[in-house]
Design a protein around this ligand. Structure first.
Ligand SMILES: NC(=O)c1ccc[n+]([C@@H]2O[C@H](COP(=O)([O-])OP(=O)(O)OC[C@H]3O[C@@H](n4cnc5c(N)ncnc54)[C@H](OP(=O)(O)O)[C@@H]3O)[C@@H](O)[C@H]2O)c1
Length: 343
């Protein structure tokens, strides 16, 4: 029904306001409607905080006979918060419209079963494609039990990522910088190779977009990272993956993966620690290793109009664009989404 799609779109818009504050939880929005009038709305705004349904009912006195639009199947189990399916039953809604079922096979369908057992009409799959897309990292992780990998890099118009001596060049303009920081907040971890760490001295935190900073990972097999870098001196935790060095100094951790199958072992570590998503921010060698040896789900290329003439070449991956935007006058942002996102 057209109204179902309109109200679900509102729930999905709200869901995205959770943005970089709810990782590794999904983005969820909820709208309560009766006689096509809005009674209340809410979204999951903070990891560990109230679910979207709880926030949506917060200011409603009477929801009897209403329809609840929820972008993800209401939970049926007690986690950090009580089950949302029970809340919907208690509030005496007569209909629940759901965008996507919970991807976790152990809980998928159980929220729906609980609602139906209480006599509530349930309709599933409204704007399902849109829901899958906004929660693509969450769905991918729960279906495949490995992190969703996004590669992001910026180049000059002639496809260099840095000056010939390795000095960084800021290709991003303030708009693309904001989008990069938004991406950081939306991923659970961010990763660079040791050359990027040493050359750029990056902080890899989220600063120009609201949201949490991701866990910081560095691939540094020989443990040759400069000790004076922000990554080793600031207050945020950093995880450095090496061949042999294993130690912790405060919240800086060196993890030894051995010399064989380094990247596969790194992925194994992430699977074991349930890392849901990783943003690979370079440089070229690291990006090319991920593209070559690991399945990458999303590639984002920021291309400046500046011409460097010479420098360190960007990754030789020639992404096919599935979307392309102009960001201000001097940046173009193109995205290639994996086939599972485009189906
Ligand atoms: N424009 C941009 O978007 C952007 C982004 C980031 C960086 N950069 C620039 O890129 C330059 C650095 O790029 P880069 O390609 O030289 O280096 P890099 O990718 O930053 O680091 C490469 C090093 O990381 C380790 N490493 C990476 N992947 C590995 C794997 N799969 N297995 C084992 N070790 C792995 C290796 O260290 P070992 O050599 O010790 O084995 C490797 O030599 C810098 O100049 C920086 O300014 C540009």
């Amino acid at each position: 029904m057209l109204n179902d799609a309109i109200w679900m779109q509102r729930a999905l818009d709200l869901a995205q306001l959770g943005g970089g504050y709810v990782v590794p939880n999904p983005w969820v929005g909820c709208v309560i409607v009766r006689d096509n009038k809005l009674l209340g709305e809410g979204f999951h705004a903070q990891y560990g905080g109230p679910h979207a349904e709880v926030n949506a009912f917060k200011d409603i006195q009477d929801a009897q006979g209403a329809t609840a639009y929820v972008s993800l199947e209401p939970c049926s189990h007690t986690g950090k918060t009580p089950p949302c399916a029970d809340l919907l039953i208690r509030q005496q809604v007569s209909r629940v419209v759901i965008c996507n079922l919970d991807p976790n096979p152990l809980v998928s369908g159980q929220g729906v079963a609980k609602l139906e057992a209480a006599g509530i009409e349930v309709h599933i799959g409204v704007l399902a494609r849109k829901g899958e897309l906004i929660n693509r990292r969450f769905f991918y992780f729960h279906r495949n039990h490995r992190p969703y990998i996004t590669v992001k890099y910026a180049t000059s118009a002639d496809q260099f990522i840095a000056h010939p001596n390795g000095d960084a060049h800021l290709f991003s303009n303030p708009i693309s910088q904001q989008l990069v920081h938004r991406l950081r907040a939306e991923h659970q971890a961010i990763l660079v190779g040791v050359n990027t760490a040493n050359a750029d001295n990056p902080s890899l935190t989220t600063r120009v977009w609201p949201g949490n900073s991701p866990m910081r990972f560095v691939l540094d097999p020989q443990a040759r990272m400069d000790k004076n870098l922000h990554l080793l001196q600031d207050e945020f935790p950093t995880y450095i993956f090496t061949h042999e060095v294993a130690k912790s100094e405060g919240n800086k951790h060196w993890i030894a993966l051995g010399t064989e199958n380094f990247l596969q072992k790194f992925m194994g570590y992430c699977e074991e620690k349930a890392i849901q998503s990783i943003l690979i921010e370079g440089g070229t060698k690291t990006i090319e290793a991920f593209i070559r040896d690991v399945e990458v789900q999303e590639i984002i290329h920021i291309e400046s109009t500046e011409v460097l003439g010479s420098g360190i070449s960007g990754p030789q991956i020639h992404p096919e664009e599935s979307e392309s935007y102009k960001l201000g006058t001097d940046n173009r942002w193109s995205i290639q989404l994996g086939k599972e996102n485009l189906a």
